[in-house]
Design a protein around this ligand. Sequence first.
Ligand code: CAA
Length: 305
Amino acid sequence: MSVAHGIKKLGVIGAGQMGLGIAYVAAVKAKVPVLLYDRSKDQVSKGLALMDKLLDKDVKKGKIESAEAAKEARERIVVLGEEEGIKGFRDVDMCVEAASENFSLKAKLFASMAAELRPDAILASNTSSISITKIAAAAVPQGLNPSSEEGKASASRVVGLHFFNPVPVMPLVELISGLQTSSGTLDRARAFAVACGKEVTTSKDVPGFVSNALLMPFLNEAIMCLEKGVATRDDIDKTLRLGMGHPMGPLTLADFIGLDTCLAIQRTLYEGTGDSKYRPSVLLERMVDAGWLGKKSGKGFYDYT
Ligand code: CAA
């Protein structure tokens, strides 16, 4: 029996490549009103410009039935003012956090979401690797016993809803349950991902889940190959593209995901498992130190100027 997601209004935190994509599929596919919040005005204007381009392209390609439908989708997305912040999400049925891959930032956001949103609203994280159980614990108000009825209820509405980049194109969402997540939260989050046009796989709450426990060691090996001089950048990418049919070579993909994000995920895998096979390459560390974050910063393994 299919479950109704019951999401009449969605909140999205973060207007970067992931948050923007999530707002896009929610407005275009699930057709729900979206409140979008990012503390950076610059990020919001860049995001909205990309949104308009995508809507335009999808009308031309016939993926959206008409310019009118695209206009309606665009109007479903409302940007929250800086002064309103997370308080502006008070009437949403679900909020998806798509901020940077940093636990202390997410912990603060989930504490605020738990305080400001309705008690029945779902709190989802688009984290690529951080424990949903840990994030859910941050949603229990300070001073409240996590095993009390109120404490359990607060954490039970937290779930991992991991989209893939570019969100409008990649057909998958990985669904992750923390120890505290209720079955009702999981069912509604799954139904919402389906309404956004996605297929859903489930993963246990282990570092990196299924997706990044497999992808990140692969990207890291490619970076180590470059570091050791096994092959040139172009040959590493070409080998995987032409030899294995990957749509992008691993160094291009790392640039595309963001080298800071790759490093943050690799550190979570390494620290979370203690297994040296996940140790990030020194070259990746140095590139992030240099501020070379891939496509979004204009330089990574490739130049994007
Ligand atoms: N946003 C929205 N749409 C985009 C886009 C973007 N940033 N980039 C490309 N697209 C769209 C294009 O507009 C195009 O759409 P149409 O078919 O409607 O024209 C479609 O994607 C194909 O694009 P292109 O023809 O320009 O280029 P391509 O054929 O090389 O495809 C790609 C681009 C879809 C990104 C493809 O290279 C690909 O699949 N790459 C691998 C992506 C991947 O592995 N993503 C997962 C990363 S891991 C992750 O996200 C999670 C994590 O936790 C780290």
